[in-house]
Structures are given as C-alpha cells and as structure tokens.
Design a protein around this ligand. Sequence first.
Ligand code: FPP
Length: 258
Amino acid sequence: MSLQDLLEVVPSGSDELPLVRSIDFERLPRHVAIIMDGNGRWAKLRHKRRVEGHRAGSASVRDVVETSARLGLQVLTLYAFSVENWKRPKAEVSTLMGLLKHYLRIELSTLLKNNIRFQVIGRPGLPEDVASELARGTERTRHCTGLHFNIALNYGGRAEITDAVRRLVAEAVAGKNGDPIEEDTISSYLYTAGQPDPDLLIRTSGEMRVSNFLLWQIAYSEIWVTDVLWPDFRRRHLLQAIADYQKRERRYGGIAPV
Ligand code: FPP
C-alpha cells in the first residue's frame, strides 16, 4: 500500500491533501498502538447513553484500520477492553462484547479483501460466542500478509508480562528451554511475539496515562496525545499523529548526532 492507495480515498480538493503529502512514506512508524478513550464523554456531551459512544467509536475503528492498511503500516494495535473493564456495568460490558462480535461479522470480508491479518491479544475469558467469532476471524485471516491488526481484549500489560514469565519458568523447569534469559527472550513470550514494538503510541481524549497498555513494548515509543474523543477520531487525526512523529528525533537513550 502507498500514497496512491491513500489518495484513492481522500476526495480531491480536500483540506486533508496537504497533510497526506506531508507524510514521508519511507519513514512510517512500523507499529502504531492506540488507546481509544473518551467514548463515554462523547456520549455524555450529546446527552446519550455511554453505549452510544461505544457504537460511534466502532466507526472510528473502521476508519483507522482502513487508513493504516492504505498507508502501509505493518502493525496496528487497538486497546478495546482491559482486564479492569469487567468492573463496568453489566449492560455496558455486554454492549461492548456485542459490538466486537458485530464488527468482525461485518468486517471480515473487508479485512480479507485488504489482506489484513487479525489477531486478539489478551487473556482468555471472553464470552463463548464472542471468543468463537474472534477465533474465526483470526483463523480466516491467518494467511494475510498486509496490515497486522491486533485488538487488545481482556488485556493488561502486567498480566501479559506475568503470563510470559509463568510460561518461561514452566518451560525452563520442564527442561524445554535452558537458554540464558535476555530481553529478546521476554519479548518472544509476549502476546506480540515476532512483531516490532510500537514506534508511536496514540491516546485520545487528552488523558496522560498509559493505562497498563503494552508496558514492555512501549519502552521507546513516541507518545502522541490528542484532546479529540475517540468517536471523533478519523483518518486526518492518524495522519496528524504520524506527521508529528516524523518530526521527532528518536534517541533511544543516546545523544543527537552532531
Ligand atoms: C474507552 O472509552 C473505550 C473503551 C473502553 C472501549 C473501546 C471500544 C470501542 C471503540 C468500540 C468497539 C470496538 C471495536 C473494535 C469494534 P471510555 O468508555 O472509557 O470513555 P470515557 O473515559 O469518556 O468514559
């Protein structure tokens, strides 16, 4: 995917065009991770129920997945449901689960058409009907070689590291893995094994927190926070984040070249 693929969906004369043209396609972030936040506030501002915010947020998901694929990003990870989100009212949790199921049912053919590989990251424990729909999406898109789309569900960064360490220790005790433990070893036991770490972490709705998201993987990520609430987040905001990312100098603890 490329500039041409992106231009296909940006109307001619649109004020987004200068933004599209400002993107350097040779220096795209390989992995963009997004904390989708602000659905509840979006609904409240419109005197609607919170679940309406989540429903509206699904449209942003569609837009961002399509834009990421057209841009040619390698990996997109969306934080949709945390291990802590079970504390929300039952009706809200079940609406979120329903939206996920519905999203995959409707979007599977689009994912396949666009060569998008779908993967769930997180702990098991989702309702059976949702889990089987997600498993079907994962299986059907396994061969896709374009955008790798992770959706974090029943996810927690500490839970992920705990699961990785448990598995590593269990394998060592069973004599299956006696290699010295390096940083790469830990990475290879995470849900995101084999994927590049996020170069860019986006958070919507202005909150300055990482909320237990990809704790190991975001060690050197550039962070971009916008006041835009998730249901209002569209292609232009993703492009703005990427354009801004491309202006930054990443030093990984070193110093700027002279
Ligand atoms: C945060 O907003 C958002 C979530 C916990 C859920 C994200 C879910 C979606 C965007 C919809 C379904 C997803 C897919 C992939 C189809 P919040 O409720 O915490 O907002 P608030 O902080 O304003 O209350």
